[in-house]
Design a protein around this ligand. Structure first.
Ligand SMILES: Cc1cc2nc3c(=O)[nH]c(=O)nc-3n(C[C@H](O)[C@H](O)[C@H](O)COP(=O)(O)O)c2cc1C
Length: 198
């Protein structure tokens, strides 16, 4: 569908211009139905050959959160404790098992199964895209995100993914942000600094 129409300023503000990285959360729960809605939006984001290698593990209870805390950098502990939900954004190394379901060419699965560097590159690139789509989708339904890479991923993998099929990429605290805990906004690079037109 080509709309040739810009979304309105309020939507742009919610997704980007006024959206902030949450550094604390108010005491307001995130219903399971909202997590499903976020996933249903995020999964529509593009991935190469529709591979969809991102997996999302929702730590939605004090018990599951307690298993994560020892892996966190000290500066990430407090905000993670108060976040209603923490998401482990993980990558499924065997994503190609699903190719017969998600791609229209029957040989697609074999293409990845027989080429480890191709499978790994595809998983890494598209797995991270999935995390980004998830954050934008979460903002679209009114949630705030606190992404974190300050974590010992080897510890997370050992604790949550002992069979080695999934690997943790980064974390996202999810909930309703406590604006009093925000850091000052840092500047973005200008078009001239970040973009080249050839
Ligand atoms: C992948 C990723 C990892 C991050 N890791 C951490 C982290 O470990 N701890 C932290 O406090 N902030 C972390 N951040 C937050 C960034 O510093 C923040 O998003 C950035 O400064 C922009 O902030 P703003 O959205 O409020 O402008 C991370 C962000 C991303 C996207």
């Amino acid at each position: 569908m080509t709309t040739d129409t810009k979304i309105n300023q309020a939507s742009l503000d919610q997704l980007f211009f006024k959206a902030r990285t949450a550094n604390g959360f108010i005491d307001k729960a995130v219903p399971m139905a909202l997590l499903q809605e976020v996933y249903d939006i995020a999964r529509m984001g593009a991935t190469s050959m529709n591979t969809q290698p991102t997996r999302y593990v929702f730590l939605n209870s004090p018990e599951s959160r307690a298993r994560l805390i020892p892996a966190l950098s000290p500066g990430n502990v407090e905000k993670t404790k108060v976040a209603p939900v923490t998401v482990i954004v993980a990558t499924d190394s065997q994503f190609f098992e699903h190719m017969p379901q998600v791609w229209h060419v029957p040989t697609a699965k074999d293409m990845f199964a027989g080429n480890a560097p191709l499978a790994q590159g595809t998983a890494t690139r598209n797995g991270t895209l999935g995390g980004a789509y998830f954050m934008i989708a979460a903002r679209a339904v009114g949630l705030d995100c606190g992404p974190m890479s300050g974590v010992d991923l080897a510890k997370v993998n050992a604790e949550f993914f002992p069979d080695g099929r999934f690997t943790a990429n980064f974390l996202i605290n999810l909930g309703y942000g406590d604006d009093s805990k925000l850091f000052d906004r840092n500047p973005r690079l200008s078009f001239e600094q970040a973009c080249t037109v050839l």
